[in-house]
Design a protein around this ligand. Structure first.
Ligand SMILES: Nc1nc2c(ncn2[C@@H]2O[C@H](COP(=O)(O)OP(=O)(O)OP(=O)(O)O)[C@@H](O)[C@H]2O)c(=O)[nH]1
Ligand SMILES: [Mg+2]
Length: 208
């Protein structure tokens, strides 16, 4: 994929404020601090198009980015960060569920897992929704640079067991190295093409 333009469009919490469904779209989901924003920046080869932070839980809206006027990438709010106010925690479920249910242009969700962490209830909940709404899912294990090669298989096996996902289905990724970069782009391209070929996208609005 040659990224010519990558432009921040808007942030939203509810469908009325999402951008038009003119382009196929890929969203990135996972717990707070797992590396969603870093992954998007890496894929786009932009240092800080998407804000990353050492203070997890800061991205509390859905952030939409337009790539090449061809497709959208969406940075979804993370979950599971203890210091976030209860009101924000409660808003997360309906916000994500509604998005997954309603977004007709959604081609796939990249589901991120930190190689050092055991998936928890929210991770499983998210997988249930993806299945319920028939959203194609691309499972990725991130931060693989944090563990040595011999440890990788052990962690991969555990994450596969807890999620029920086939170990061979995961892309192993690092935002620090280039590992997993080509594999992930290939999967995104396949998903985007599939979305365009299965069902026409809704007509763009006459006025934007
Ligand atoms: N070593 C290493 N660190 C990473 C990697 N990806 C992300 N990080 C670091 O992990 C921290 C969190 O990354 P973010 O990309 O902000 O995580 P996020 O999932 O967007 O977090 P929220 O926006 O809070 O949901 C940052 O300090 C990143 O530099 C990786 O592949 N390897
Ligand atoms: Mg983020």
């Amino acid at each position: 994929m040659h990224v010519k333009t990558a432009i921040y469009m808007t942030s939203a919490t509810k469908p009325a404020n999402y951008p038009a469904e003119t382009f196929p779209e890929i969203a990135f989901a996972g717990r707070s601090n797992v590396g969603k924003s870093s992954m998007i920046n890496k894929l786009l080869n932009r240092k800080s198009l998407v804000r990353t932070s050492s203070t997890p839980g800061r991205t509390q809206m859905l952030n939409f980015f337009n790539i090449n006027e061809e497709f959208l990438l969406v940075d979804l709010p993370g979950y599971g960060f203890a210091k976030v106010p209860l009101s924000v925690k409660k808003a997360w479920g309906p916000m994500i569920r509604t998005y997954l249910q309603e977004r007709k242009s959604l081609a796939a969700v990249v589901m991120l897992y930190d190689i050092r962490r055991t998936p928890r209830s929210e991770d499983i909940q998210l997988l249930d929704w993806l299945e319920e709404f028939g959203v194609p899912t691309i499972p990725v294990i991130t931060k693989i640079d944090k563990v040595n090669r011999s440890q990788r298989q052990k962690h991969l096996k555990e994450i596969a067991e807890v999620t029920g996902i086939d170990p061979g289905a995961f892309t192993l990724f690092s935002a620090l190295s280039r590992e997993g970069f080509d594999d992930l782009w290939e999967r995104l391209e396949v998903a985007l093409n599939d979305r365009v070929e299965t069902e026409p996208l809704p007509e763009p609005p006459l006025f934007d």
